[in-house]
Design a protein. Structure first.
Length: 450
């Protein structure tokens, strides 16, 4: 079985200063600070769309909470425990605050996910800075605000990002083990694609503190499999070509790891062809190779993340992409109109993680051999530039999202309350984002004093 070193590099931890030492000696304070920082970044990246109700958040999950739908009721072929729990808690608030409540709940959830990533990577050969960088990736990936951020309908993507770190965790205490097992159970009862990482649970079978995590994963994933068998997902009619799948990966995932919207790179791609997008994947292939050559064990870690990126994209594309996504057939002027899609977000996160891993190992393990030192310097420069570009382009907190157009929830609720007060209707239908086909039906008793 692969062995992961639990050693820390004293030269690096010494250079990090007393702040990191205090983080290590006051773990709960440090973890809380990390989680709140991640939640704040997520909220900042939402611009002015926090008070907009999104699609399934209202029509499926809040409606289910109002009507008493069971928490383990399948939707679209699998279970969604975390969104239903969040909707149930939100439905207890005044109706005016439902959109804000869900936004706040999601942002706090990202903070928890970041903390779990940080805790789960404690025994991986990474510096504290590297672990914090991994924890920040979900809220810093460029395309996050576009559609997946701050709505419960896409919360499952963030749990899919969490899967490899959670399944690799080797808790040092039973308290941590039970905590991670609880997170595992909620996560697997929310995201069926975590099944992809189930083989990681077979590692270190003699480590008893991993057993609760494995048991929770098997229970949750088993329930997901039964749910999808009994409530199969409806298939799309027609599929995009394999060429579009491959070239779309390079553009949407590789390019999307650097920038969103894609406008900044579409001129380049439209002139040279969709295949030119593979240039955006190169830094991450370099990162995976760097970890395989220079990184500590497990040497397969970065390669696994690249494989997971490809697998998650392929599954999502095959299940959801019809003829309108057959990008390889598009004329240059149509390529200029392409927008990022949510299925690329988690694959892009995995690619960014490979760059973080490789850069961390290059910085922490300098070589005394001159030739090796030069190679490491070149690789480190490439990866450092790649991550720097991503960070610079990601911190545009005013980026357009699919929620930016509204409608504003409190305004529509005010209109619905007026209709309930002046009519004999028992319910009010409220239109929500992103278009009029989505709505939520609210009993007038929740909106008036009747």
């Amino acid at each position: 079985m692969p062995v992961i070193s639990d050693q820390r590099n004293p030269s690096i931890t010494g250079k990090l200063g007393g702040g990191w030492d205090r983080l290590r000696t006051a773990p709960w304070f440090g973890l809380m600070a990390l989680g709140l920082t991640i939640a704040a970044v997520a909220r900042l990246r939402m611009s002015d769309s926090a008070d907009t109700m999104w699609a399934e958040d209202g029509q499926v999950f809040l409606t289910g909470a109002i009507n008493g739908t069971p928490l383990l009721e399948p939707y679209a072929g699998y279970l969604h425990l975390a969104p239903r729990l969040m909707a149930s808690a939100t439905a207890r608030m005044p109706a005016d605050l439902w959109a804000i409540g869900l936004t706040a709940g999601c942002c706090l959830a990202y903070g928890v996910i970041g903390v779990v990533v940080y805790v789960s990577t404690a025994t991986l050969p990474l510096s504290l800075v590297g672990r914090v960088a991994l924890a920040l990736i979900p809220v810093m990936v460029p395309m996050a605000p576009r559609e997946i951020l701050a709505n419960t309908a896409n919360l499952h993507w963030f749990l899919l990002w969490l899967a490899p770190w959670l399944f690799l965790a080797r808790p040092r205490t039973w308290r941590t083990s039970i905590g991670l097992a609880a997170v595992t159970l909620v996560s697997t009862l929310t995201e069926i694609q975590m099944l992809l990482f189930a083989p990681l649970l077979l590692l270190w079978l003699r480590d008893r503190r991993r057993w609760p995590i494995a048991a929770a994963a098997l229970l949750g994933l088993g329930a997901q499999v039964l749910a999808t068998i009994n409530h199969p997902r409806q298939s799309i009619s027609g599929h995009a070509s394999t060429t579009s799948l491959i070239e779309g990966y390079a553009l949407q995932v590789g390019g999307g790891a650097f920038v969103s919207p894609l406008d900044h790179i579409l001129g380049f791609v439209s002139r040279l062809g969709l295949a030119s997008s593979f240039v955006f994947v190169v830094p991450f292939l370099v990162a995976a190779a760097t970890w395989a050559v220079y990184g500590p064990r497990p040497r397969w870690l970065a390669a696994m993340l690249v494989a997971a990126s490809i697998a998650v994209w392929t599954i999502a594309f095959r299940l959801n992409a019809g003829p309108p996504s057959d990008w390889s057939t598009f004329a240059p002027e149509r390529i200029l109109l392409l927008e990022p899609i949510r299925y690329a977000a988690v694959p892009a996160m995995y690619l960014l993680a490979t760059a973080v891993l490789a850069l961390d190992c290059l910085i922490r393990r300098p070589s005394t051999n001159l030739r090796s030192h030069r190679v490491r310097a070149i690789l480190g420069t490439i990866l450092g530039i790649a991550l720097t570009i991503t960070v610079i382009l990601s911190v545009d907190y005013r980026g357009q999202t699919r929620k930016s157009a509204g409608p504003e929830w409190r305004t529509t609720i005010g209109v619905a309350r007026g209709e309930c007060s002046h009519s004999k209707n028992a319910d009010a239908r409220v239109i929500i984002a992103p278009d009029p086909k989505w709505s939520i039906t609210i009993p007038c008793t929740r909106l008036t004093d009747r």
